[in-house]
Design a binder for this molecule. Structure first.
Ligand SMILES: [Zn+2]
Length: 194
């Protein structure tokens, strides 16, 4: 999920690569809408090893490079039930959240806000999400945890968990709005701009 407000994007670019040591990070290209991997459900993470920890760090790096606050494995072409979220956009290492095998265990309230997706660049739409969600997940080491999120964090959790189930935010829009976006993307693709 991209940052909600474009005005903060230049700051966020400078704040990339927080926390982690100087290890070179792989920046994955982001898969765009139209690739079937984005609409498939993912396979649970079973092996928690050094490779998975590295993958999570590379996903953070790729997300920061794309100025996002959330990124799910299908968006880098991987069918794996893992996503990363950081609504502080790299400014606070403690805000980095790895979500392996996440599930929503509680949701409360409603909030309609504009939302976008790194895989559907240039398009946004208002999506109704819970205002608060509590999720259960495992970190990159396989340790289980629960975390409660509010507003943007709750939205990011829902958006990324949707990705892991093959669901994109445009599926929450009205059919009219969704078809409009799909038509525009089709046109962009014909022009070789997608
Ligand atoms: Zn997305």
């Amino acid at each position: 999920m991209p940052m909600p407000d474009k005005s903060t994007s230049s700051e966020a670019t400078q704040a990339a690569s927080p926390g982690t040591v100087s290890a070179a990070r792989k920046i994955y290209p982001i898969v765009k809408y139209g690739d079937p991997i984005l609409e498939k459900s993912t396979t649970p993470v079973k092996k928690f090893d050094a490779d998975l920890e590295q993958l999570a760090e590379d996903m953070f790096a790729s997300m920061y490079a794309a100025q996002g606050v959330g990124l799910a494995a299908p968006q880098i072409g991987l069918n794996l039930r893992i996503a990363v979220v950081d609504v502080a956009a790299g400014k606070n290492p403690e805000a980095k959240i790895v979500l392996a095998n996440p599930e929503i265990i509680h949701a409360e309230g409603e909030k309609r806000e504009e939302e976008g997706c790194l895989s559907i660049p240039g398009f946004r739409g208002y999506v109704l999400r819970p205002q608060f969600v509590t999720i259960k997940a495992q970190n990159a080491k396989g340790e289980s945890f629960e975390i409660r999120g509010e507003d943007l964090l709750a939205r990011a959790f829902c958006h990324e968990i949707d990705h892991l189930n093959g669901i994109l935010f445009i599926q929450h829009l009205s059919m009219l709005k969704r078809d409009l976006i799909k038509r525009k993307i089709k046109k962009l693709r014909k022009q070789g701009e997608w």
